[in-house]
Design a protein around this ligand. Structure first.
Ligand SMILES: [Zn+2]
Length: 432
């Protein structure tokens, strides 16, 4: 951003305007935290979306509510309600869209304070969703409102959406909206998702995901005579043994040019999410009967790099299973794909990434870091369904605190992020 003397003064007053709204920013964050929008099952989406929509309507936004009918989990009891607000500027121009998910994961155990009260203490707002990502959404709202009130000429349009279900894949949220044109040109040009990636980092994408279930099959028999059956659990042991000895060392060697953080995620990874073999245990319900397991299922979570084609990721696992079929007597398997998302990476020299980086330099006085996220977020739907490449994640909050007990967001960070968002939006709207 090149700043001449005559734009410097209005910009300073814009930043001052945001600083003056710190209390309002905190209040908005607390209000959002007080809606326990826990997903699953998807509680309180309607009231939370409406709260946001009504606020923005009062600031001149045109507000639309979209229920993702038929999306996974959508029901009259738990409707997937999304809100999209748009404010058209003085004349036609580009549209900058801020998208925040309104759902949060369940609080879980280990909290030292009420997760849905929005406690303010030690310069932080505490609660489930404070960091991931109601603090970021509140910062975007304050940034947009301060811009609108600044009197600066704003062509184009500013949009803010609060969407459902990001924590469960985004199908009742951004995916549903993207399929209906809400995240595509010509309606939208640039998207900023205020996920908690730390206030001085610009996140340009994420690794890919491949989830699969492997089932090994055996033959049931009496547990006292296992030689009469064929244990599916022992077959699965052979699978995990191969993964351990052959696949992990190979994955650890595969490094990416994607700037993934933390450093350990800059390679391919595979997690074994679960293994279930034989009869289900029923704790407190007597002893199970003695049986040789005729089925064993394992769910794997493979995270892959932009350099790895998805077909090769699949073939690698199938290769292990096929070779066991040849080598191991009685080995029988089924491989079911559960979920696949391609890696995405926006251009770090593209408009939204560079405008945001520039604003970080101006507001924080330090060099921003370009990163990629180890896990996916709604950028995948903007990119893949909306075909909109100019999308990044940028927001306040410490990534490591997401989904943890005693989650918090720093008030200073929220104010700084709101300033960055306002400057970036201004630059994008007024770009020649
Ligand atoms: Zn999030």
């Amino acid at each position: 951003m090149s700043l001449t003397a005559d734009v410097e003064a209005p910009l300073e007053s814009l930043l001052g305007r945001i600083e003056a709204r710190e209390d309002e920013l905190v209040a908005l964050t607390r209000d959002l935290i007080r809606f326990p929008t826990v997903n699953p099952p998807g509680d309180e989406y309607g009231p939370c979306a409406e709260y946001l929509g009504e606020r923005l309507k009062r600031r001149g936004f045109e507000v639309t509510y979209v229920r993702a009918e038929g999306a996974p989990g959508d029901s009259d009891r738990h409707p997937r309600i999304n809100v999209i607000a748009r404010r058209a500027g003085s004349r036609p121009g580009p549209c900058v869209h801020f998208n925040g998910h309104i759902d949060v994961v369940e609080p879980g155990l280990g909290w030292s304070l009420d997760p849905f009260e929005g406690v303010v203490k030690d310069g932080k707002v505490w609660g489930r969703g404070a960091c991931d990502m109601k603090g970021g959404l509140a910062a975007a709202v304050i940034a947009a409102e301060a811009l609108i009130d600044s009197g600066l000429d704003l062509p184009g349009a500013i949009e803010i959406s609060g969407t459902a279900d990001e924590e469960s894949g985004g199908y009742g949220g951004v995916a549903y909206l993207a399929e209906r044109g809400w995240f595509s040109r010509p309606r939208v040009d640039h998207v900023i998702i205020p996920e908690p990636l730390n206030v001085d980092r610009v996140c340009i994408g994420h690794r890919g995901v491949w989830w699969a279930e492997i089932e090994t099959r055996g033959r049931i028999a009496h547990g006292s005579m296992p030689f009469l059956g064929d244990s599916a659990i022992r077959h699965m042991h052979a699978v995990t043994d191969r993964i351990e000895r052959e696949l992990y060392p190979v994955l650890a060697q595969r490094r990416s040019d994607m700037p993934v953080v933390p450093e350990g995620a800059r390679q391919s990874t595979l997690n074994i999410n679960s293994i279930h073999g034989g009869q289900a245990e029923r704790p407190g319900n007597g002893l199970p009967s003695p049986l040789v397991a005729d089925s064993c299922r394992m769910v794997i979570d493979r995270r892959f790099l932009i350099e790895e084609p998805l077909d090769e990721v699949r073939a690698e696992v199938r290769g292990i299973l096929e070779s066991l079929s040849r080598e191991r007597a009685g080995f029988d398997y089924v491989l079911r794909e559960l979920f696949a998302v391609a890696p995405v990476m926006a251009d770090r020299d593209g408009p939204v990434a560079s405008a945001t980086a520039c604003a970080v330099r101006k507001v924080l006085g330090r060099e921003p870091q370009f990163i990629c996220s180890p896990g996916t977020y709604d950028q995948k739907h903007v990119d893949r369904i909306g075909k909109l490449r100019d999308c990044i994640a940028y927001g306040p909050g410490v990534l490591d605190l997401a989904h943890q007990p005693d989650e918090w967001v720093g008030i200073d960070d929220m104010v700084a992020a709101a300033k960055v968002m306002a400057l970036a939006t201004l630059a994008l709207l007024t770009a020649p």
